[in-house]
Design a protein around this ligand. Structure first.
Ligand SMILES: Nc1ncnc2c1ncn2[C@@H]1O[C@H](COP(=O)(O)OP(=O)(O)O)[C@@H](O)[C@H]1O
Ligand SMILES: [Mg+2]
Length: 421
């Protein structure tokens, strides 16, 4: 059995916290079995490494590994994405399509944000877990699949069960083994370690000297609450690496990059208007400039290759990823990868006074339908509204809008397609 240290190295996991080590140890222990695992922990703590470890150390490692972000797939298409559909099952279903559970036969499926699954999909999932059976949408034929399921959630599943948003029987089926990843604020000793690693990565990436925190700044860094966990820490390290000329970072400088100053108090719920989230124009402009620089470098690379090779179609084929990055074209329609690492827009929490999450009769989709005429209140509508406004503000310039919204251009492109803007 590979040691915890070796696994960390192999999967690029930084940290020595005992609770993190325990989580990795559990993943190693369960990997040879087919036991379903539920990974729990706040957003940004590093849940996604666990299913990868489990898959790679299992006998399924030569099979497919599919990561599905359940929260990013619209309710109307999720059953078809997961279980496939028959030709003619619904308008637009011009061909029979295999779902992820069929494609991943013999492999592993990672269901990220599993708490977001609609109840009807939960019923189908329970069946797969119980006897490996599923039925394509629009079909009556029962099919078999052999898939290992690892799920993850950052929501309190007991709350979700209480509110009848999540089936209790499914919860117990999914969480035969529970692997919890603690929040960064409970792994204080890892904070500076991670920061140094990110600082050195970004120094390499941007070809600048590595930033270094003063001793006082290290104390502030460790005290901070890090609500966005490692994701937030990495973003802070990137911003500082890019923006600060003086590579020795003082407390005052660091605090400028931490929301709520250096507070280690619980974060205040956002009450401000959407617009004020995007008020820091300097930051946005810097981000745009750096994106442009990166695009320019990519273009240089591509031009050089074209000059050297001369064969356009060959260069095009070999550099598909790069071309897509520069021109923002999606590689394929409705591919599995589309849902991997799909960023989701943070929606300002304004609608909470009207949408009551305590009210179990008020399911969000149902709710969105009811108030459609009055105001745009559902999460999707909110997102749509934010995107529209941002595009208007920037006269349709996607790069600026994406920077303002804090998502990649690729994600914005998909969302524009998704909302038919
Ligand atoms: N221990 C770690 N060491 C290095 N990077 C990490 C670690 N944990 C998480 N990350 C990075 O932080 C980001 C967020 O991790 P992710 O697994 O996506 O979080 P979650 O799924 O829990 O929201 C990713 O870019 C990931 O590579
Ligand atoms: Mg995640």
């Amino acid at each position: 059995m590979e040691s915890i240290q070796a696994i960390k190295q192999r999967f690029g996991i930084i940290g020595n916290d005992p609770k993190l080590n325990r989580a990795i140890e559990k993943a190693i222990q369960v990997s040879p079995t087919d036991i379903s695992v539920l990974v729990t922990g706040e957003s940004g703590v590093g849940k996604e490494s666990i299913p990868k470890i489990i898959h790679q150390l299992s006998h399924r490692k030569h099979g497919k590994y599919i990561a599905v972000n359940c929260g990013a797939i619209p309710e109307g298409t999720i059953d078809s994405e997961l279980f496939g559909h028959e030709k003619g099952a619904f308008t637009g279903a011009t061909q029979t399509r295999n779902g992820y559970f069929e494609v991943a036969d013999g492999g592993t499926i990672f269901l990220d944000e599993v708490g977001e699954l609609p109840l009807t999909t939960q019923v189908r999932l329970l069946r797969v877990l119980e006897n490996g059976e599923f039925i394509k949408v629009g079909s009556s034929k029962v099919q078999k699949t052999d898939v290992r399921i690892v799920a993850a959630t950052n929501v309190n599943m007991f709350e979700a069960i209480k509110k009848e948003k999540f089936r209790e029987d499914l919860y117990y089926r999914l969480s035969t083994v529970d692997i919890n990843i603690p929040p960064l604020r409970e792994r204080k000793e890892d904070i500076h370690l991670l920061f140094r690693k990110f600082a050195s990565d970004f120094a390499l990436k941007y070809k600048m000297p590595t930033i270094k925190l003063t001793d006082d700044a290290v104390i502030i860094l460790k005290k901070h609450r890090w609500n966005g966990n490692i994701r937030q820490l990495r973003n802070a390290a990137e911003q500082i690496s890019v923006l600060e000329q003086n590579r020795t970072i003082s407390t005052a400088t660091l605090q400028g990059y931490l929301p709520n100053g250096s507070s280690n108090l619980p974060a205040v719920i956002k009450t401000s208007k959407a617009e004020s989230d995007f008020s820091n124009e300097r930051e946005i402009l810097y981000k745009v400039l750096f994106d442009m620089k990166s695009d320019l470098n990519d273009l240089k690379k591509l031009t050089m290759k074209l000059m050297k090779n001369g064969n356009v179609s060959e260069v095009e084929k070999d550099n598909e990823g790069l071309i897509q990055k520069i021109y923002g074209e999606p590689q394929k329609e409705s591919a599995i990868e589309e849902f991997e690492d799909l960023e989701i827009l943070a929606i300002p929490e304004q609608s909470s006074e009207i949408f009551d999450p305590e009210d179990k009769n008020q399911d969000k989709y149902h709710f969105a339908e009811e108030i459609e005429e009055e105001e745009t209140l559902s999460l999707h509508d909110k997102e749509l509204e934010l995107i529209k406004k941002s595009l208007e503000r920037h006269q349709g310039k996607r790069k600026l809008a994406a920077a303002e919204l804090g998502i990649s251009e690729r994600t914005l492109y998909r969302k524009i397609k998704q909302y038919d803007l």
